[in-house]
Design a protein around this ligand. Structure first.
Ligand code: F3S
Length: 427
């Protein structure tokens, strides 16, 4: 890679050990990806919680101080690096396991919960803002069109690229942390104009007017698009925040969609010509009733009509979604054999508290939880789970070993929480 004098200084260690290690890591990463140089970034979303690797944490973390943990897990070095401050504006992903909800999460190791607390303090110390969410764009990390950033979290990446027109690849724990320290990210992939153009046409033959429908098309196209960039045409109504969140999370679960265009809606697709430029179109997919049915059947894995747990809030629920749920629960009671968990981030939970939604949900017997993730609650493999999240419906069998999963509209999930039965579309 060709380095600027400032980048070379960092690599030489003239700006301290942390920047040197971070630059070494980024140079290896950029070289492997064929990047010729770096681009400056002042917006990074890091993964500083270790909930995806519980076994590794249990084996390695006891006995390490927090600087050793960060060095090992976030900078890939056995040297103990004491970081002063990150350079870029940086926010973080959820910690997921926290002591606040120990009654529900106690199947998890206390080591993970302790580590989450220590990492939150560490983040504060080194200047990483504790947003602690998979939806940073909802609570203080919003990007402008064309802004280069380095984000983790698969459902947030298409939000940055497609919805906001900002530029990020899918970063991992190490690369994002190194970018936070240096303010640099390799110039490749989604940072380059030509790679952002659409090359796969998706023609809609069906109206997408609910969150469920946007989740289903996202799931179908994610599975069909491979590494291509879909361009949705013939979209009759503009999706709102909850709808694009469902589209993004679904497409990044069944596949790896990090960028797409919706003609006449998303910022780089005022026209079809603008969305595709001079890129060769590799094919087109028609999405109608048949394709919708296929996606729906793929996400519904249960044979039992009973429901033990209803999980909502993946990605972290918006205040609009919490409003909907609170109103659906007015004057109702959750069934004694069923639990209702709704996840969001601390900041949106505060809004829900302020507006009385938390109380409405609690009065009905549900729980609105902050700073955690629905995948954490699926620890009884014999449970039957209902969710309105295509991402969680996709991951419950593979990640948690829970095979009995229902996926449907929020209204159907609330109905299941009240009746303890699934009475969705497949009935
Ligand atoms: Fe967020 Fe967990 Fe879903 S991190 S996107 S709630 S799987």
């Amino acid at each position: 890679m060709i380095l600027s004098s400032g980048e070379q200084r960092m690599l030489n260690g003239e700006e301290g050990l942390a920047k040197q290690k971070a630059m070494e890591l980024l140079v290896k990463y950029g070289t492997a990806l064929g990047a010729e140089r770096f681009v400056d970034t002042n917006n990074v979303h890091v993964l500083a919680g270790f909930f995806p690797y519980p076994d590794l944490v249990k084996q390695v973390v006891p006995g390490l101080d927090v600087d050793e943990v960060a060095s090992k897990f976030l900078l890939d070095t056995d040297e103990r690096i004491v970081l002063d401050r990150v350079k870029a504006f940086t926010t973080n992903h959820i910690f997921a396991v926290n002591k606040q909800y120990w009654k529900i999460l106690q199947h998890r190791s206390p080591i993970l919960a302790d580590l989450a607390e220590r990492m939150e303090t560490y983040c504060r110390r080194v200047g990483i803002n504790n947003l602690a969410t998979c939806t940073p764009y909802q609570v203080g990390n919003i990007l402008s069109k064309g802004e280069h950033c380095a984000w983790t979290e698969s459902s947030a990446i298409p939000f940055a690229n497609a919805v906001l027109g900002a530029r990020t690849n899918i970063e991992g724990s190490h690369s994002s942390f190194a970018s936070a320290i240096t303010g640099k990210t390799p110039l490749w992939g989604m940072h380059l104009e030509r790679n952002r153009l659409g090359d796969l046409i998706v023609e809609l033959d069906i109206d997408l007017d609910t969150v469920l429908e946007w989740g289903l098309i996202g799931y179908y196209i994610g599975g069909a698009a491979g590494l291509h960039i879909p361009v949705y045409v013939n979209v009759k109504s503009t999706p709102n925040l909850s709808m694009v969140m469902a589209l993004n999370a679904a497409g990044a679960s069944s596949g790896s969609i990090i960028m797409y265009h919706i003609v006449d809606v998303t910022p780089e697709a005022a026209t079809l010509q603008m969305a595709t430029g001079n890129r060769e179109i590799v094919g087109s997919i028609r999405y109608g009733k048949k394709e919708r049915e296929q996606a729906y059947l793929k996400l519904n894995h249960s044979k039992s009509s009973k429901v033990d747990i209803v999980v909502l809030g993946c990605p972290h629920y918006s205040i609009e979604q919490i409003t909907t749920v609170a109103r659906l629960l007015e004057g109702k009671k959750i069934h004694e054999n069923t639990s209702l968990y709704i996840t969001t981030c601390k900041q949106i939970k505060a809004l829900a508290d302020r507006n009385g939604y938390t109380e409405m949900i609690t009065r009905a017997g549900g729980l609105l939880l902050e700073d955690t993730c629905g995948l954490e609650f699926a620890h009884h493999q014999s449970s039957v789970i209902a969710t309105d999240s295509p991402k969680q419906a996709h991951y419950y069998p593979g990640v948690c070993g829970v095979e009995d999963v229902w996926y449907g509209a929020t209204e159907e999930c609330i109905d299941a929480a009240i009746t303890s039965k699934w009475r969705g579309e497949l009935k």
